[in-house]
Structure formats: structure tokens, C-alpha cells
Write a protein that binds this ligand. Structure first.
Ligand SMILES: Cc1cc2nc3c(=O)[nH]c(=O)nc-3n(C[C@H](O)[C@H](O)[C@H](O)COP(=O)(O)OP(=O)(O)OC[C@H]3O[C@@H](n4cnc5c(N)ncnc54)[C@H](O)[C@@H]3O)c2cc1C
Length: 295
């Protein structure tokens, strides 16, 4: 840990979430505490004091709080998957495993922190985008807005959250919980960082396929067959600019500085663009096969 800040205060209520100059939000701290102090950051506001219920399921669907730890996600919704009434959640456990975090890190790392970082290897974006989830965001003026998780990450390390906005929770619609899902991932080494992940869901419009890890931001598309899948993957730009290899540094807004656009295949020390493109194509076809006839 190399975090030298002047203040750390716990948010007990929504009013405490109003950031003062130099403050940024703290989830589990597994990223913030693993990096030098972000430029301009002098204080942290600990969101875990808000005491949110980590997750719940009711008639409207699944709710997962921003402060839900990955361990809680695995033990809760992850355990509701196959076999069970919420078979879509069968992909929760492999998506948590895709982060290759130690049990110690998974115990504190949060879903909100993973989404707010927006790293290409952030498998929570691939998970919740596949589940057609919407993110509920608290705005600094006391309001609330919703954004599809699929649109939350807009580039490698770039998210659609403004300074002072809190990722309150993600909502998975009830109908989606009963749909079939599948996931595949690849990394250069067995315990390496996820370099390509494909999640899929058999929905009303065919198979909804989401690509993460191999692209700068999650990309999703409904496809009806393997030929359509190939045509879509062919459109992803193999010659997009190479992204830097370093993890992004969070700004004092709590949102990392942007690295690369989301227009093409991503490249860093965990895999070249060409390899990621080839792996993604293979994994996506496997996911489509797993989902069976989507119609
Ligand atoms: C060994 C190790 C391996 C890792 N591997 C991966 C990996 O494979 N993929 C990956 O994506 N990450 C990885 N990480 C990074 C990180 O641990 C995870 O992304 C984790 O989920 C971040 O959650 P956190 O709660 O610890 O975030 P924090 O470190 O607390 O915060 C991260 C950022 O999110 C903001 N934030 C946190 N919660 C909220 C919220 N509710 N609303 C708004 N902003 C918020 C913070 O201000 C900060 O900018 C790894 C970290 C370690 C130490």
C-alpha cells in the first residue's frame, strides 16, 4: 500500500457522499491501495459505511449493490445459478473467476469498483452487460440516473461516470434471470489476466453476444447464426491504435484517465490484437454453440 492522503472519512448516508475538493470514492481499495496516490487526490470517502444490502432478488429481478464484494457476489447470486430457477446466473462464478483474484482480494474488491475502473479485463462489465443490467447512478445533486451497463464503460479505463457520481447498484431484469447464458475466456497463461472474454445470452432477438477483455470497451450484438457472428467480428478494427500497457491511474474524480478508444481490438502485455481477435472469434462461436438454437 502506497496511499498518502490527508483524510479518510466514512460515508454513513447519502449526504456524506458529496465529495469535497481532492476527495475520491473508496470501494474495497484493492485498486486504489495498489497504486501511487492518484494526482490531486488528498482524501477518500469510504462507501462501504453506507451499509447497503449486497444483493437481493425479488419480482423485478436481481439487484447487486455497488459495494457488494466479489466474494459476496460469488456466494450469493453465483450460487443461484445452475441448477436453480435463475439459470442465467450460471455465468456469475466463471465471470468472478475471470478476475483471477486471490481470496483475500476478492473479499474486499467490489462490483462497483470493478465497473468504475472500466479496465478491459473488468469481467463485471461483461457479466452484467450480458445480463442486460442497468446501472443505477447517484448524481451529486441528489438525483438518480440509470445507464445500461453495456454503455457504462466507453473505452479502456474510461467510464460514463462524472465526478461525484456513485454507482449505487446494478439491476438485472427478472425475465433475463430465466434465460440461458454461456461464457468463455482466454488468457496467455492458466492464471494470467483475462485477455478475451465472451458472454452470451439466449434472448428474444437471438443470441446476445458480448465481447470484453479483447476490446477497449464491451461490445454487444444480437446474432442468429455463426455466419452473422463472423460478419460482425470482421467489422472490428484490427488496426486500431495500440493501447498503453500500464493500468490507468484514477483521477481525483474517481474515474481513471482514458487510455484508448473502444473502436478496435485491445493490445497490451497480456495479448496482441491479432491473438485476441482470433481467440475471441473461437470463443464466441463456442458460446453460440453452448446457447444452442437461440430462436
Ligand atoms: C492482484 C490483483 C489483480 C487484479 N486483477 C484485475 C482484473 O483481472 N481485472 C480488473 O478489472 N481488475 C483487476 N484488479 C483491480 C481491482 O482489484 C478490481 O477491479 C476491483 O474490482 C476494484 O474494486 P475495489 O472495490 O477494490 O475498487 P477501489 O480500488 O476501491 O476503487 C477503484 C475505483 O473505482 C472507484 N469506485 C469504487 N467504488 C465506486 C462506486 N460504487 N461508485 C463510483 N466509483 C467507485 C474509486 O473511486 C476508484 O477510482 C486487480 C487487483 C489486484 C490487486
Amino acid at each position: 500500500m502506497d496511499l498518502d492522503v490527508d483524510t479518510v472519512r466514512v460515508a454513513w448516508s447519502r449526504a456524506d457522499c458529496v465529495l469535497r475538493p481532492g476527495e475520491t470514492f473508496l470501494g474495497g481499495g484493492t485498486y486504489l491501495y495498489s497504486e501511487p496516490v492518484p494526482p490531486g487526490v488528498t482524501g477518500l470517502v469510504d462507501l462501504t459505511g453506507l451499509g447497503w444490502e449486497p444483493w437481493s432478488v425479488d419480482g423485478s429481478g436481481l439487484r447487486v449493490a455497488g459495494t457488494c464484494t466479489l466474494e459476496e457476489l460469488l456466494a450469493g447470486p453465483g450460487g443461484l445459478g445452475v441448477p436453480g430457477p435463475y439459470r442465467a446466473l450460471g455465468i456469475v462464478a466463471p465471470c468472478v473467476a475471470a478476475l483471477t483474484l486471490s481470496a483475500k482480494v476478492a473479499r474486499t474488491a467490489t462490483v462497483g469498483g470493478n465497473l468504475a475502473l472500466g479496465l478491459p479485463a473488468g469481467s463485471m462489465a461483461g457479466l452484467f452487460a450480458a445480463l442486460a443490467a442497468r446501472a443505477v447512478v447517484w448524481t451529486p445533486d441528489g438525483g438518480t440516473r440509470e445507464v445500461p451497463v453495456a454503455d457504462l464503460v466507453t473505452g479502456a479505463g474510461v467510464v460514463a461516470l462524472s465526478r461525484g457520481e456513485v454507482l449505487r447498484e446494478v439491476l438485472v431484469p427478472e425475465a433475463v434471470l430465466r434465460q440461458r447464458t454461456a461464457v468463455r475466456r482466454a488468457s496467455l497463461t492458466p492464471t494470467g489476466r483475462t485477455a478475451a472474454m465472451v458472454t452470451g445470452r439466449a434472448g428474444e432477438d437471438g443470441a446476445w453476444i458480448t465481447l470484453t477483455g479483447s476490446v477497449g470497451r464491451p461490445l454487444g450484438r444480437a446474432v442468429r447464426d455463426h455466419a452473422a457472428l463472423d460478419r460482425w467480428i470482421d467489422t472490428i478494427d484490427l488496426a486500431a491504435p495500440t493501447a498503453p500497457t500500464a493500468l490507468p491511474a484514477p483521477t481525483d474524480s474517481g474515474v481513471p484517465d482514458g487510455l484508448a478508444g473502444g473502436g478496435g481490438w485491445y493490445e497490451d502485455t497480456h495479448g496482441s490484437r491479432a491473438w485476441r481477435a482470433a481467440m475471441t472469434r473461437r470463443l464466441a462461436h463456442e458460446v453460440l454453440d453452448d446457447l444452442g438454437d437461440p430462436t
